[in-house]
Design a protein around this ligand. Sequence first.
Ligand SMILES: Cc1cc2nc3c(=O)[nH]c(=O)nc-3n(C[C@H](O)[C@H](O)[C@H](O)COP(=O)(O)OP(=O)(O)OC[C@H]3O[C@@H](n4cnc5c(N)ncnc54)[C@H](O)[C@@H]3O)c2cc1C
Length: 499
Amino acid sequence: MDMSGAVTAADARYPDVVRGLNPRYVANPEAVYLVDSAAEVAEVVQQAVDGRKRLTVRSGGHCLEDFVFNPDVQVVLDLSEMNQVYFDAERGAVAVEPGATLIEIYELMATAWGVTIPAGSFSSVGAGGHVAGGGYGFLSRAHGMAVDHLHAVEVVVVDARGMVATVVATREEDDPNRDLWWAHTGGGGGNFGVVTRYWFRSPDAVGNEPRAILPRPPGDLLISNVSFPWSELTRQGFTRLLKNFGAFHERHKAPDSPYLAVTGGLDLTHPSGGPIVLRTQVDGDHPDAERLLQDYLAEILEGVESGSPPRPRRTPWPEPVRRHATTNETQNDPTLRGDFKSALMRANLPDHQIDAFYRYLTRTDIDNPTIAVSFAGFGGRINAVGQNATAFPHRDCSMALLWTVLWDDPADDATYINWNREFYAAVYAETGGVPVPNAVTDGCYVNDADSDVADARFNKSSAPWHELYYKDNYPRLRQVKAKWDPRNFFRHGLSVQLP
Ligand SMILES: Cc1cc2nc3c(=O)[nH]c(=O)nc-3n(C[C@H](O)[C@H](O)[C@H](O)COP(=O)(O)OP(=O)(O)OC[C@H]3O[C@@H](n4cnc5c(N)ncnc54)[C@H](O)[C@@H]3O)c2cc1C
């Protein structure tokens, strides 16, 4: 290939391309290749195979672990310049390159054809890793996971002899490569090959008009943020708020819920970080949008002594996604290191879990305004798909939880990593420190990767890490791995193992 795309240590761009969003993870590779076509990807991969080099792939750079940038990596393939989004008339599907960010996808799809995909809510996440792991966000209760609309995927793979090939795998039942498509519907990035293109078209789409093949985004959104200052919240009020939120989402997790247009979020903070916030977004085109919002808020606020809803505001789609990242100073601070953990819930929070949330969030021996556990309303149309139909297995859930803590000084790494570990262990104390798949919890989300769940010091349950992420889809993922990456060329700290 034209080597101008190779960035080595002598290049001024080097420090910027050997790390992603999280400055905890920095690599020291021989070269980072900024490629702009599948052919270039194939060329770099073949060179790395021939030279026995350890290669990793970056698209949006939002990996929550060190899977891309770590001390072992010798070659990084950087796909951030492969960011086109266009209609492919031949396939009757919208093609999305892996470096396209979520806001680029939403804006282009909305302006060009008035369509969208139900993917994540953070604007700068890249399609490359995000889609392979499932992808959910503000519109998922109404339209499912991003992968529920994935029609095909183009992947650069390496065979047993070390020969590189570029293959297309589709959802079509008679496609001999269908298992490779399936593995990209929740199997996670960095496992099977390099995705150079995704194509989106809903399974029930008719015809070849780009306007008609994917969900229509809301014209506008009804937004409501209710704050609960810690000074006004008793332990009883806190418990009631969590119980109400959990009860609503358990009751409305079915795909035929009358509340599919409502997406609720509850951001639990530490008192050093300001009030707890109940964030709600309703599809403003729904004829009963106002009533749905009022009924929802009445139910969540019932018996909670704090929190008065301000007048809801209307804003066009995808403004909340744009703002979510761009107006949030903390989220945009490139010096902040981060640690994250996730959990999926099938039922409401048991009392002992709520007690652990309260105990940890009211601790006065820690002072960090970024400490948060975000609860996202889940289910709805996500649960219209079978547990094995895609590799994403969490098809009976009501809520998705994400633990976050950010800090800037590397000297504080141990303090905050341990904080998250102890907090999480306390919430799941009754199930070995992790949210094992059972009637209440349903494991973890592969896109919110957390290597601790594969470490016996932190996962004391009988559920191995792959059961938390994939449940009973893991054996099939291993078969796909054996067929499409038999040399285990694509691997990372939590990658799918060869059988
Ligand atoms: C601030 C923030 C907000 C988030 N919000 C959401 C959200 O709302 N909803 C949600 O579902 N998730 C969310 N996530 C999680 C996000 O989906 C994952 O981190 C995702 O893997 C990021 O993809 P990326 O391409 O940006 O990251 P990268 O770091 O580039 O890649 C992540 C992983 O995928 C692999 N990979 C990347 N590109 C390719 C490719 N082309 N082919 C094969 N493997 C590849 C990498 O090697 C790595 O293992 C969020 C993450 C962050 C940091």
